[in-house]
Write a protein that binds this ligand. Structure first.
Ligand code: GFB
Length: 319
């Protein structure tokens, strides 16, 4: 891909968008275009159309989304379905109108059915019902995948969809009510250690299995897809193995140095029992993740401590 290409990273302040911006800069891309929410509200269709008409974008990386962990998804389904549908339709349609040929849309492994055969292949999409704790978000993301496919078919665009498994890394959300499990447990372990607590509370039973991908690996996969001129399709992005939430909690406690007991809060939902992605589609093309979970958690923890140094953890990390 041309290093002078005008690449719009939508959602550049989020965990995925900021990883994309870092990676593009490291690879020498010179025209990376970003807009804060104040500068461009992606839920405002007229504003999005104006932006695309004036900016002559070549490539869109659509990482802007309303995201959250299991509790936020389960309790705010209206916000998750509405905001994601509107952002996707506005950006994808405006990109097509402005003759943007290439776009990468980011979804999530929760688009696949709850009771999927494991590991989950891309073709299992829409074969049986979704996990209820995040079906609103999943429906919005499935709509994004289908928008890309439909526009490619009707308008000859080259819009690709990447479905990462559960992500973690720098710039994650550490608010305990709305975050995903990995940042939540990092924060809880850090605070428990500082406070000298005897226990750390883990939601649910600890038995669900999850796969975790460092967001820098997702950025690497995105550049791989762009630089290999992939023009269409749905691609899972993961590491190819998973672990239980209990094992994750133990690994985090080890990295952080918290030596107390784990307590499981059965009043909180477990969510889908397992969602291990089959990553052979990208692997056959030559891409695989390189950041191991323990190393990734250790570097994320360093980043967490540095970003919030100088103030009490609880006060520093409110969303
Ligand atoms: O990461 P998480 O919130 O989302 O939760 P999902 C994963 C598992 O970790 C669930 C457990 O079984 C949680 O009950 N868990 C344990 C915790 N302790 C905690 C904690 O302190 N905080 C959180 N958040 N979880 C989301 C979807 O599903 O994953 C989204 O809701 C999206 O739509 C995202 O797909 C990647 O993996 O269950």
């Amino acid at each position: 891909m041309n290093k002078q290409a005008r690449i719009f990273v939508a959602g550049h302040r989020g965990m995925v968008g900021s990883a994309l911006v870092r990676r593009l800069a490291a690879d020498g891309y010179q025209n990376v275009i970003t807009r804060s929410r104040k500068e461009l509200d992606l839920t405002d269709q007229a504003a999005v159309n104006r932006f695309f008409e004036s900016e002559k974008i070549d490539v869109v990386l659509l990482a802007a989304a309303r995201v959250g962990g299991i509790l936020a998804n389960a309790t705010q389904p209206g916000e998750f379905i509405y905001e994601n549908l509107v952002i996707e339709t506005n950006v994808i349609h405006a990109a097509y109108r402005a003759k943007v040929e290439r776009l990468v849309f980011f979804g999530s492994s929760c688009i696949y059915p709850k009771q999927c055969p494991q590991p989950i292949r891309e073709e299992y999409l829409l074969t049986s019902p979704l996990e209820p704790t995040n079906d609103a978000y999943a429906i919005a993301k499935i709509a994004g995948v289908k928008l890309c496919e439909a526009y490619n078919r009707e308008y000859n665009t080259q819009y690709v969809a990447l479905m990462p498994t559960n992500l973690y890394g720098p710039n994650d959300n550490y608010d305990l009510k709305s975050s995903h499990v990995l940042p939540a447990l990092l924060r809880k372990a850090h605070e428990a250690k500082l406070n000298g607590d005897a226990t750390l509370t883990v939601w649910g039973s600890g038995t669900p299995l999850r796969e975790f991908l460092h967001v820098d690996d997702l950025a690497a996969a995105t550049l791989f897809v762009l630089e290999h001129n992939v023009t269409e399709g749905l691609f899972n992005v993961g590491v190819g193995n998973d672990l239980s939430i209990r094992e994750l909690a133990e690994c985090i406690c080890k990295v952080v140095g918290f030596e107390g007991e784990l307590v499981f809060d059965a009043s909180k939902p477990d969510g889908t029992p397992r969602k291990l992605l089959d990553v052979s589609r990208l692997a056959h093309m030559g891409w695989q993740a390189t950041i191991g979970l323990t190393d990734g958690i250790a570097s994320t923890y360093r980043d967490f401590v540095e970003s919030h140094a100088g103030s009490t953890p609880a006060a520093a990390i409110e969303a």
